[in-house]
Design a protein around this ligand. Sequence first.
Ligand SMILES: [Zn+2]
Ligand SMILES: [Zn+2]
Length: 123
Amino acid sequence: MKAAVILTKCKESHELFGIRAEVRESADGASDREDWYATWAFKVSERTAGREKFGDTEISGNIYITSEYPSCPYCGAKGFFQCSECGKTTCWDGENETVCEWCGNAAETAAEESFEGISGGGF
Ligand SMILES: [Zn+2]
Ligand SMILES: [Zn+2]
């Protein structure tokens, strides 16, 4: 199984955490686009991130949040968004406006684009 750790920053604490994501077969089978599913999140230090080379994997395609996803380990945000400028991820809790923790790019968050796969946790 193809899996990766997506290096992410917390919008509240500005600390790093890793999101573990895995590729699952796309349901329609016709596209060669990869669908990624986030299943876990954990705190990482900058030193660990560099040593483990977190963030080196290119994620193309959609990243979905599964019901197992435990939320941001610092502030409890239920999701994350991918910056359209730098492609990196910051935790996200449903705000309409977001600021990328990596490059400072502010953007409106179109939830339906990247989070259509959210499966509810009853919150
Ligand atoms: Zn956070
Ligand atoms: Zn950015």
